[in-house]
Design a protein around this ligand. Structure first.
Ligand code: ADP
Ligand code: MG
Length: 257
């Protein structure tokens, strides 16, 4: 008789698309019998396994949608090797409060000092909290928008950059933008500012040189900076490239300087 109910439970879970619960039903039933669990204890364990599975699946999906080039975490960051980064500031950003406050984050510094690493680590924690994140480099973003503009679908393409709770724009200023590219980037910054949705950006250029980034248009550059810095946490990172330092420590040869 109990076999009939076991099969009904299994079919029901599959029918309700609770695939993880269906998968572990047999083993949890056996554990419950062996340990004389109460009915509610059994049910709690079964539901917990399904919830845990869905949570992990959602997070994996969120990372995929965020288009992170790779995953990095704050735990992987060696704060001792990078004294210009205050751990307390990063820990505060890790709470995700910046999203509710619409506070932008700017990581500024020379190549190899961990700007992208920290941007990904902070954005990944934001994903873990169930927020939508989208990662792009500045160049990829403006190329995508430019193409969309020529194909009469700019509106939809802009939504990709403006709808996520957090937009990471990596490598702002590595390449100078044309007038129309600069104006597309400006549109993204304005729209996100109006929505109160933060941007995390990394740049090798100090703000004083942002005129160059915005097609030598100092008015557009300062209007963009006004919005980005209105509410912001700016992290200036100094020092040598982490990789080169590690290489030197290991006694490796550095070619071409
Ligand atoms: P940037 O974006 O500033 O050019 P990256 O974030 O790409 O630099 O860092 C270059 C490499 O060095 C990455 O693999 C990154 O994980 C690593 N890295 C940089 N700084 C640190 C650090 N303080 N601790 C651990 N890894 C670091
Ligand atoms: Mg980088």
């Amino acid at each position: 008789m109990s076999q009939i109910y076991e099969q009904m439970a299994l079919d029901g879970l599959v029918d309700l698309k609770m695939t993880k619960a269906a998968e572990v039903l047999d083993s949890i039933t056996q554990q419950a019998a062996a340990n004389e669990w109460s009915y509610s204890h059994f049910l709690g364990r079964l539901i917990e396994s399904e919830q845990q599975f869905r949570l992990e699946k959602n997070i994996t999906m969120a990372y995929k949608m965020a288009k992170f080039p790779y995953l990095k975490s704050i735990e992987d960051f060696d704060f001792k090797a990078q004294e210009s980064v205050d751990r307390k500031v990063i820990d505060e950003l890790a709470t995700g409060r910046y999203v509710e406050e619409g506070r932008c984050i700017a990581l500024i510094g020379p190549p190899g000092v961990g700007k992208t690493h920290l941007a990904i680590a902070i954005a990944k924690l934001t994903c873990d909290k169930g927020r939508r994140v989208y990662f792009t480099t500045a160049v990829d973003m403006v190329r995508k928008l430019n193409k969309a503009m020529h194909e009469n679908r700019l509106h939809r393409a802009l939504q990709m950059m403006t709808h996520p709770s957090v937009l990471v724009i990596d490598e702002v200023g590595y390449l100078e933008l044309s007038k129309s590219e600069a104006s597309l980037m400006f549109q993204v910054i304005c729209k996100r500012y109006d929505f109160g949705s933060p941007i995390i950006l990394t740049s090798n250029k100090p703000f004083s040189q942002w005129g160059d980034i915005f097609a030598n248009d100092p008015v557009m550059a300062s209007a963009a900076l006004d919005r980005l810095l209105h509410k912001s946490t700016v992290i200036n990172i100094k020092g040598d490239s982490y990789r080169l330092k590690e290489k030197r420590k290991a006694g490796g040869q550095i070619m071409n300087g």
